[in-house]
Design a protein around this ligand. Sequence first.
Ligand code: ADP
Length: 400
Amino acid sequence: MNILIINSGSSSIKYQLFDMPSKRVICAGAIERIGSDEAIFKYKAKDVFVEEERKIHTHKRGLEEIADMLRDTHKGVIKMADEIHAVGHRVVHGGNRFSETTLINKEVKEKISAFSTLAPLHNPANLEGIILAEEIFPKASQVAVFDTAFHQTMPKKAKKYAIPTALFTEHGIQAYGFHGTSHKYVSERALEYLNQDNPKMISIHLGNGCSMTAIKNGKSVDHSMGFAPSNGLIMGSRSGDIDHSIVFHLTEQLGYGQHAVKEMLLKKSGLLGLTGYNDLRDIQAEAKKGNADCSLALEMSAYRIKKYIGAYTAAMNGLHAILFTAGIGENSSILRKMVCQEMTYFGIELDDFKNESGSSGIREINTASSRVKILVVPTNEELEIAQQTFALCGKLGKGF
Ligand code: ADP
């Protein structure tokens, strides 16, 4: 069964075509920096490797280029669209409606669209991916895997806000948690690696969006993002935690409209707001050249992560492992070092040499004497989505 996975993120589309159940990757790729004249188009299949700059201004254009490449006479891997049996989509917000992987129909699309108000940077991109995939692969089963699902296990004390209870019971205002597919995948890989009974772990997903999850007995017990994927850590263009009084001050004293506040907090803040750059590679390079704003942004990012490590260690009454994952977590030895510095009280000791030496799989980068394991765990949201899509199709008797 050929399952195409589409992970349509805020500034990127990642895709992989799997042969299931063998888990063989037939082809894979990504488009990064969507919205710029220098978007990077990547495609890899057997003996073919493409990596080039292209003008890709919208997700729609990006998906069309991916579909063209899949069917390309020389470089492609399929002849006809019908050879794709199912498409698994990453969907960020499933609200209270979706706690499980779901076959997409009209009602599901309407709900995903309705939840766009809660995830304005993501659900619209996810929905666009679904609608286009339905056009391009009309015979394939379309399946949604929700980022919010893994966090359904958070206890009420972690997910409820201290606001009138009616807002929770009647309007579903609560912390939902995000990046669940990634946190689930990396924590399961870490569980296999550690081979230890019920370790207490903190997974740190650092991409354009950043979040942390406290994981006890393999289950999410607390998480840094909340009602929408905007709370918690400093992100590419999102502020993360902020005193809500600032919102009142902006609107009541500084003449900001509601829309301007939202744009500012979601699209103009975070690393971008602090430095003018939202790509960590640029910020690291600038900091090295002496740019003080960039150095401070790195320090602030690391400091926020440290505080969450402290909070979640307290919440779980212990810590056995921290897991770094996603674009920044897997690649930025600089940020990992800043996070792990002066954390000996918590038993976290980084091995500088291991931190610098890269490899493709899961790797341990703590010193031999460190009480807490520090692991770099490459995330594979696509494989996780493929497995869940395959399982659902099997259950529904589709695609065989
Ligand atoms: P998303 O899926 O949320 O779009 P990714 O997980 O692809 O994001 O991560 C994107 C981030 O990873 C960007 O900020 C980028 O700068 C950072 N990144 C990618 N490669 C590296 C690297 N080699 N060093 C530092 N940061 C990196």
